[in-house]
Design a protein around this ligand. Structure first.
Ligand code: BG6
Length: 488
């Protein structure tokens, strides 16, 4: 497929056009696209069930979207230009007849790319794709974007992929994992493959353990019902956490093209050691938040949140010890951790290097090991702890931080993850989207954990909101002689 240029003609249909994702992420992304001089050839068609006229839809967007655009960035002239490119079609996704109305809004020229963005519940993915096809709306230049979660397990994700695959080729299918669009996740590739410095050290020979943490302060908010049926393992580990792990652990790809990168990530997923039932008690922890305080304000426990079953056993916290069975990583634990209502909003990857083989300095507990911290959010950057001599006449060492705060040093405005990904769909770039085999390998790996937990019937461990999770999480890494970054 030819790469689309910034101002080429294209049609973008947002299913879920009145929903949260459209208002919070997709329309702001389009605003910035217009503001930066692009999207002149775009027609944006909101599609949702509500019977709205175009003026009502534009008014709804004007009411809800600007608050998600930085105040300093908002420009009414740009906003009006964007609105003039917006259309609306009322569609009940389960009613094939409704799709005919969409045809009238799309270009008749089959060479014009069409993007169908499915920001809806996954149960609508199959009917929407089928009805698009029956209405004759799928052209060779069409792309479909699927939001996560894609299924609940391996079988249901296969069912969706099979059905979507009947209509769209793999090259037409863009599976979103918005972590892949984050600046620092991309920077991790730059760090690993754009420098000679790290790669020789990037293996079991020099790395003791790797930690990946994605912690949120937020609770389940208004998504209680969805979340209670999902849990942190499916919501975060299966996708965001594992994608980060893949980029840390993958072999250097032959090129930056989509399939080279995705082949390299797939190899990692396929090398993850499967969990046996007996592994779960000492290699996994699941927790559920209780009441507590976030930044000094009291917050309610999970079981009291809206939409949560009274005796729900859904986990809001997961910690795992993962192992990668290949030459590069054999014997190096990857500790993975994610949770809601944690002490801080923090996403980081910590590389703990091995200690020096023989310490010649005067320290009580040996020479401290080097540590590289790759911060994804809130402020992206890199921190490297290196040992230096403590001033004075004795030869004592202390670790000093070499800190690179990327937010301060960058001139260009940074793109939101969704902005980058949406533009990549329009341009026809697949590299930052998840291929079917990757997705299925990720589901296959988490399934024994999910099944084992369900079979055990054990309740998740409670943790106080505003902490780093249940005590069992520290115990998990402690059992293998490690400590989480913030506790070491
Ligand atoms: C989403 C999850 O995929 O990622 C949410 O469904 C979570 O539960 C969100 O809050 C976190 O994304 P970010 O970009 O805020 O770290």
């Amino acid at each position: 497929m030819r790469e689309n240029a910034n101002n080429d003609r294209f049609d973008l249909v947002l299913f879920g056009g009145t929903g949260d994702l459209a208002m919070r992420k997709l329309l702001p992304a389009l605003f910035y696209g217009v503001r930066d001089g692009g999207l002149a050839g775009a027609t944006i068609i909101g599609a949702a069930r509500q019977p709205l006229g175009i003026d009502e839809y534009r008014a709804l967007l004007t009411e809800q979207v600007p608050r998600h655009i930085g105040e300093a960035d908002f420009d009414d002239a740009v906003w009006q230009r964007l609105l003039s490119q917006v259309r609306y079609v009322a569609i009940d996704a389960t009613q094939p007849a409704d799709f005919a109305a969409l045809a009238a809004q799309l270009s008749n020229d089959e060479a014009v790319p069409r993007v169908f963005y499915l920001a809806t519940t996954p149960s609508l993915f199959i009917p929407i794709c089928q009805h698009l096809q029956s209405a004759g709306l799928v052209t060779p230049a069409t792309r479909v974007v699927l939001e996560k979660p894609l299924g609940r397990d391996l079988a249901s994700s296969r069912t969706i992929n099979d059905a979507v695959g009947e209509i769209f080729t793999e090259e037409q299918t863009y599976r979103i994992d918005h972590y892949l669009g984050k600046e620092m996740v991309q920077n991790l590739m730059a760090l690993r493959f754009g420098n000679t410095l790290l790669e020789p050290l990037w293996s079991r020979s020099y790395i003791h353990d790797v930690q990946i943490t994605i912690a949120e302060e937020l609770g389940v908010g208004t998504r209680g019902e969805f979340y209670d049926n999902t849990g942190a393992l499916r919501d975060m580990v299966q996708n965001h956490v594992l994608q980060c792990l893949c980029i840390v652990a993958m072999e250097p790809p032959a090129s930056i093209n989509a399939d080279s990168v995705r082949d390299a990530k797939l190899q990692v997923l396929r090398s993850l050691r499967p969990y046996l039932e007996g592994d779960l008690p000492h290699k996994t922890v699941r927790g559920q938040y209780r009441s507590g305080a976030i930044e000094g304000a009291p917050v309610t426990g999970y079981l009291k949140e809206d939409g949560i079953a009274p005796s729900s056993q859904t986990e809001t916290f997961v910690a795992l010890k993962a192992e990668i069975d290949n030459w590069r990583w054999a014997g190096v634990p990857f500790y993975l951790r994610t949770g809601k209502r944690m002490q801080e909003r923090l996403a980081e990857i910590v590389i703990n290097f091995r200690p020096v083989p023989h310490s010649i300095f005067e320290t009580a507990s040996g020479t401290p090991h080097n540590q590289l911290v790759i911060r994804l959010q809130p402020d992206d950057g890199l921190g490297l702890e290196i040992n230096t001599k403590t001033p004075g006449d004795s030869m004592r060492l202390s670790p000093k931080l070499l800190n690179l705060a990327l937010r301060d040093t960058r001139e260009a405005r940074r793109l939101d993850a969704y902005e980058r990904l949406l533009m990549d769909v329009v341009r026809g770039r697949l590299a930052l989207f998840v291929r079917r085999d990757e997705l299925e390998a990720a589901w296959a790996w988490i399934e024994p954990i999910r099944d084992g937990w369900d079979r055990s019937g054990e309740a998740p461990k409670g943790y106080t909101s505003g902490t780093w999770g249940p005590a069992a999480s520290s115990a998990l890494v402690g059992r293998f002689g490690c400590a989480w970054h913030e506790e070491d």
